[in-house]
Design a protein around this ligand. Structure first.
Ligand SMILES: Nc1nc2c(c(=O)[nH]1)N[C@H]1C(S)=C(S)[C@@H](COP(=O)(O)O)O[C@H]1N2
Ligand SMILES: [Mo]
Length: 442
């Protein structure tokens, strides 16, 4: 409904109504907070410019770390097409690589929640502004803003749900978060290209103290940008004070989240997130567990010495090994962390077992080992299979682990045998391994 279609008094009446009837959110007078203004929005926007860029890049790395182009088994987004253009063989060095990138991704995402909410709050009058579009360009800009805001909310909500409700989230987290990220980031880049110059100006003007400061938020001749209330309430807090409150919220989320990437006392500080707080147990197997044996439906009868056999398939045929057979092979040790996509990780555990490349050699791959498909005893669930790339198999620290920290694996950590690979996301460290197929990923 454009007022321009009603010339003369009708248009004037319509305009007056908007200004005089602040009950409607489309009326500028409806929004009364004296905090809103270009400076406040610009500071938050610049923080998000840096933060969201880091989130996007670490997200891309996390996606690459799954090696989705290696095998359909690893690929939750088979329709990605060009969006997989940058994929590369995820390295095994340094061993803490995924621990770092994914810890940053999740902890930063949590920390930015107050900033995102404050930024959206600061521009909410624009959401309701009328007319909906003044021109084609303006219409396109508003559609891109819907993608931006919708994409941001979608990415933060799916991310938080995945770490908080890991047992509830449907297997579709990966495609949702992946495609959502591209929509969000495309809109984000367009928005940043349009707004960053003005945002820098707004913030610099404040620093120079030429009247655009935290007190008024609007300098002489400065573009008000539709953000400053024409009839503001009396301030109860300064813009700077409000910014401190947002920062305090972020700090609180950081302080109650970051500890999930460490053990012991530091983990105990991570009160607001799963895999924070107290360690689940004590002793060699007392570190964090993702899915338990009970959850995975793996029971003691199938993992007993008598029942369990590891089936290794390769160029020269099939080999069946019981736990005693494996213990007769050369055993090696490696100090490696578990680092989950949910952002939590453990410090290095001391694993002991058979090198993956030695298992490859058993079935005819003596020189350079090939890729391997690993399958668990677990019969259902998204993570019962995983493919590892040749560079991961070749690393001498990559093990089929039988022991951890000097003790046999506990059922929850994958007894009788589990994969452990340096720098890989936790999900590729398959537990309760039953079958390994070298050189054929199916
Ligand atoms: N068979 C099987 N292996 C699995 C999983 C699973 O659900 N089933 N979860 C994976 C995930 S997501 C992680 S983070 C690690 C966690 O290992 P942990 O429970 O020993 O800490 O195991 C991985 N191995
Ligand atoms: Mo995980």
């Amino acid at each position: 409904m454009s007022r321009d279609r009603f010339p003369g008094p009708v248009a004037a009446y319509g305009r007056d109504m908007r200004d005089l009837a602040p009950r409607l959110p489309s009326s500028p007078g409806f929004w009364r907070s004296p905090l809103r203004g270009p400076w406040f929005t610009s500071v938050l926007g610049l923080v998000l410019l840096v933060g969201v860029t880091v989130l996007f890049l670490t997200g891309l790395l996390s996606y690459a770390a799954y090696n989705p182009d290696l095998s359909p088994v690893n690929d939750k987004t088979p329709d990605k097409g060009l969006l997989g253009f940058y994929l590369f063989a995820w390295p095994t060095d340094p061993a803490w690589l995924y621990r770092l990138t994914q810890g940053v991704h999740v902890t930063l995402g949590l920390t930015l929640i107050p900033v995102l909410l404050a930024k959206l709050w600061s521009v909410v009058p624009k959401l309701f502004a009328l007319p909906p579009a003044r021109s084609l360009a303006h219409a396109l800009e508003r559609v891109s803003l819907l993608l931006l805001v919708g994409g941001a909310l979608f990415e933060f909500v799916t991310g938080v749900l995945n770490i908080q409700l890991e047992y509830l989230f449907p297997g579709s987290f990966y495609p949702l978060h992946f495609y959502g990220a591209w929509v969000f980031f495309a809109a984000f880049v367009a928005h940043a290209a349009l707004k960053v110059p003005a945002a820098m100006r707004n913030v610099r003007r404040m620093r120079a103290g030429d009247g655009g400061g935290a007190g008024t938020g609007v300098g002489v001749g400065e573009e008000r940008d539709g953000l400053v209330s024409p009839r503001p309430d009396a301030p109860t807090v300064s813009r700077r004070g409000a910014l401190w409150a947002v920062g305090g919220g972020s700090l609180l989320l950081f302080a109650t989240g970051a500890g999930r990437s460490f053990d012991g006392p530091l983990r105990a500080t991570a009160l607001l997130t799963p895999h924070g707080g107290a360690e689940p147990g004590s002793g060699p197997n007392g570190f964090q567990v993702n899915k338990t044996a009970a959850y995975a439906g793996v029971d003691a009868a199938e993992t007993s010495e008598d029942a369990w056999r590891l089936v290794v398939v390769g160029r020269t045929g099939t080999v069946r090994l019981g736990r005693a057979d494996l213990l007769r092979l050369p055993l090696h040790s490696a100090a490696l962390p578990i680092a989950c996509v949910e952002g939590w990780s453990t410090s290095d555990q001391w694993w002991r077992g058979v090198r993956l490349r030695d298992l490859a050699a058993l079935v005819g791959f003596d020189g350079d080992p090939p890729d391997v498909l690993v399958e668990s005893l677990q019969r259902r669930g998204a993570f019962r299979r995983g493919a590892l790339r040749a560079n991961q198999v070749a690393d001498p620290r990559s093990l089929l682990a039988l022991y951890v920290n000097g003790e046999a694996l506990s059922p929850d950590h994958g007894y009788p045998a589990r994969i452990i690979v340096p720098a890989a996301p936790g999900v590729l460290n398959t537990k309760w391994v039953a079958r390994m197929t070298f050189g054929d990923l199916g």
